[in-house]
Ligand binder design. Structure first.
Ligand code: GLP
Length: 246
């Protein structure tokens, strides 16, 4: 694993955007696994700027997002489809038909998950998967206890995740209680993983995930078994990482 420490959120975002853009330059028709949450917003902003300058071309890129709330429509401002359009897709030349996110409006969860697995398989897997990190160690919406071998599945969100994500909703009662998420298996099959972390509130879980035991209690800890992981974090989020890890 490679760990890159940056002074702050802005520089973390620039390093992450550089890694994403290098992937697109090296393989213009690559499959990017994309993430939501507050952490990737800065990296997406940077990519939009480079696109405007003519430095990156997304015309052949395909994307698969990690997750979507079950029951939210694409035009609901809290859906992850809406998030991706707002922060990235509507500003760059990625083709709409090449962007994939689980269908939150599909009531049949088995069907929604099978369809999404099929999309990932037909694309030939993910070249670079971007990940944020939940405070309880979740990746995508693979909550503690999630089986490592699962593909796309429907999850019941934990009370901690509902509470953490309620900051984006008018009240915690409005946060959906379920989501469709890419499973750990698909994430682990990505050829490269890029995790970004920012802020002091992530320091303990970053340490647990990368320097603690590999356990479904901390879903991100499985990444210790992946052979191409880059962790980019600001000083606060990496504060508890031993010095000899860099
Ligand atoms: C959500 C998303 C995750 C994300 C996590 C962390 O729960 N499903 O993919 O990593 O939030 O969010 P933040 O980056 O806002 O801390």
């Amino acid at each position: 694993m490679k760990i890159l420490k940056t002074p702050d959120y802005y520089h973390m975002s620039r390093v992450a955007a550089n890694i994403l853009s290098a992937q697109v330059i090296m393989k213009p028709d690559c499959v990017l696994g994309l993430a939501t949450g507050s952490t990737p917003i800065g990296a997406y902003e940077q990519l939009c700027r480079w696109y405007e300058k003519g430095d990156i071309d997304f015309s052949q890129v395909k994307s698969v997002n990690l997750d979507e709330y079950r029951g939210l429509s694409p035009d609901n401002s809290q859906s992850y489809r809406y998030f991706m359009e707002k922060h990235l897709f509507s500003h760059i030349n990625i083709k709409p038909e090449n962007t994939h996110i689980p269908n939150g409006l599909e009531p049949d969860s088995e069907k929604a998950c099978l369809q999404y697995n099929q999309i990932i398989h037909e694309l030939g897997g993910i070249d670079l998967q971007l990940l944020g990190l939940g405070h309880n160690g979740h990746i995508g919406f693979n909550e503690p206890g999630a089986a490592f071998e699962k593909e796309t599945h429907c999850v019941n969100l934990t009370a901690a995740t509902i509470a953490a994500n309620s900051r984006f909703f008018a009240s915690s009662g409005e946060v959906p209680t379920q989501a469709y998420t890419m499973g750990i298996k698909a994430i682990m099959q990505a050829r490269k993983i890029l995790m970004i972390v920012s802020g002091a509130d992530k320091a303990q879980i970053v340490k647990d995930a990368f320097f603690g035991p590999i356990t479904p209690k901390v879903p991100a800890s499985v990444l210790q078994l992946h052979n191409d992981v880059t962790l980019v974090g600001d000083e606060e989020a990496l504060a508890l990482i031993p010095d000899n890890a860099f």
